[in-house]
Design a protein around this ligand. Structure first.
Ligand SMILES: Nc1nc2c(c(=O)[nH]1)N[C@H]1C(S)=C(S)[C@@H](COP(=O)(O)O)O[C@H]1N2
Ligand SMILES: [Mo]
Length: 389
């Protein structure tokens, strides 16, 4: 007689031997490592973009933000295949019959399921929103940065609870052999061609391919293999362009012959044309530009030291500076440059990039470039510098 077809399967209906605690725990371990790296580097990035820093973000090493942001995106990318396979290994548990007969066990299991629900939702949200952000695709109305930051705490909190609850299972599973059959569920099949080791190897390979396909946006040596890398080297001077002058609506103002930079401190104001800027002492610095969306590029910038411009209005040492763009709207129209960045000898108002006049899309007539600073804060098409303290 045939068993009646059920609308909802039972946990036992999933018979693949590939699903085992041994596999889940091994993938979970690496997923945990990826989430830990992404969490810490994410906190660093959030802090670097915070306008009110109790302790100023350091200006050295100049490549620090480039490395932490690159690691953030690489860890998040590697986590995508790991999370998918891990969810596949455990999703039959969704169909496990809750212990209805035992109220206490029902309550404990209910709580555990709820915490896993929160973890999965937060993890999927972080990876999906992060991936969309690195592809510069914003199919939502909320602020990416504050939401990604808030949900990061939810994800890491739920992850810690999950690890604490599962610790005994994790320890046994990691200590045992992957292909140990003694803990197989009754009815588990070995049908199919893949072994557990094979599944794990395929998973590591998928994570590796995902990283190689995207990491070239940050790691120059990988540029050629990173077919999916966003913004890997297009743009004038070999440096990617994030927002073009046309998109920012600044083309007319930036190419106008009447362009003037204003430097202000209290009621003291100095205005300079691009020719005036070019007549000042020119400095050349090798500084990377590292976008929060994951790409970064090293470049050689030439221009006027920001501190030299502040000296024209006798701004005191350590002054914070408000940097304003010719752009009329947009999030990055105005940024605040903390005193330690303003006073750093390497911080320039750049007029040239890689030996050529700054391209319009890179911020012509003049753009800010400072060491160890998130790309979003490297203001292009600078119109005003105002000393604010
Ligand atoms: N005025 C202004 N400056 C800006 C932006 C902007 O949209 N407007 N984008 C920022 C971002 S997000 C990045 S990553 C860098 C990129 O500089 P690039 O396009 O010259 O590479 O510029 C920054 N400066
Ligand atoms: Mo950016």
């Amino acid at each position: 007689m045939r068993a009646p077809t059920r609308l909802v399967p039972t946990e036992e209906a999933f018979t693949s031997r590939l699903r085992s605690a041994a596999v889940t725990a091994r993938i979970g371990l690496w997923l945990g490592v990826c989430f830990a790296i992404a969490f810490v580097t994410g906190l660093i990035s959030h802090y670097a973009q915070n306008p009110d820093q109790p302790v100023p973000f350091p200006t050295s090493p100049a490549w620090g933000y480039r490395v932490t942001q690159g690691l953030h995106v690489i860890a998040g990318t590697a986590a995508v295949p790991l999370l998918l396979v891990k969810l596949w290994t455990v999703y039959p548990k969704l169909f496990a019959r809750p212990p209805f007969g035992n109220l206490r066990r029902l309550a404990v299991e209910g709580l555990e399921r709820a915490s896993i629900g929160v973890l999965v939702a937060a993890a999927v949200f972080q990876l999906a929103s992060g991936l969309a952000n690195s592809a510069q695709w914003y199919p939502w109305a909320f602020s990416f940065r504050s939401t990604h930051y808030a949900v990061a705490w939810v994800a890491i909190g739920a992850l810690l609870v999950h690890v604490a609850v599962k610790l005994p299972v994790i320890r046994t599973a990691l200590a045992g052999d992957v292909d140990d059959t003694s803990q197989d569920r009754p009815g588990a099949t070995t049908a199919g061609v893949l072994s557990r080791r094979g599944l794990l190897r395929t998973t590591w390979l998928a994570a590796g391919v995902a990283v190689l396909a995207t990491a070239g946006s940050t790691v120059p040596l990988l540029r050629r293999v990173s077919v999916l890398g966003v913004r890997s080297g297009d743009g004038p001077g070999g440096v990617p362009v994030n927002r073009s002058a046309a998109a920012a609506g600044v083309t007319a103002a930036a190419t106008s012959a009447s362009y003037l930079l204003t430097v202000g401190y209290g009621d003291h104001e100095v205005t300079l044309s691009r020719a005036d800027l070019l007549a000042m002492d020119q400095r050349t610095e090798d500084l990377p530009i590292a976008c929060v969306e994951g790409w970064s590029a090293g470049a050689t910038w030439t221009g006027v030291r920001l501190r030299d411009l502040l000296d024209l209005v006798a701004a005191p040492a350590g002054s914070d500076v408000r940097v304003e763009s010719l752009q009329q709207g947009g999030h990055y129209r105005v940024t605040e440059l903390p005193g330690n960045f303003a006073d750093d000898d390497r911080t320039l108002l750049a007029l040239a990039l890689n030996g050529e006049t700054l391209a319009l899309d890179h911020g012509y007539p003049a753009r800010l470039i400072a060491p160890n600073r998130p790309g979003v804060l490297q203001t292009k098409w600078v119109a005003r510098l105002d000393v604010v303290t």
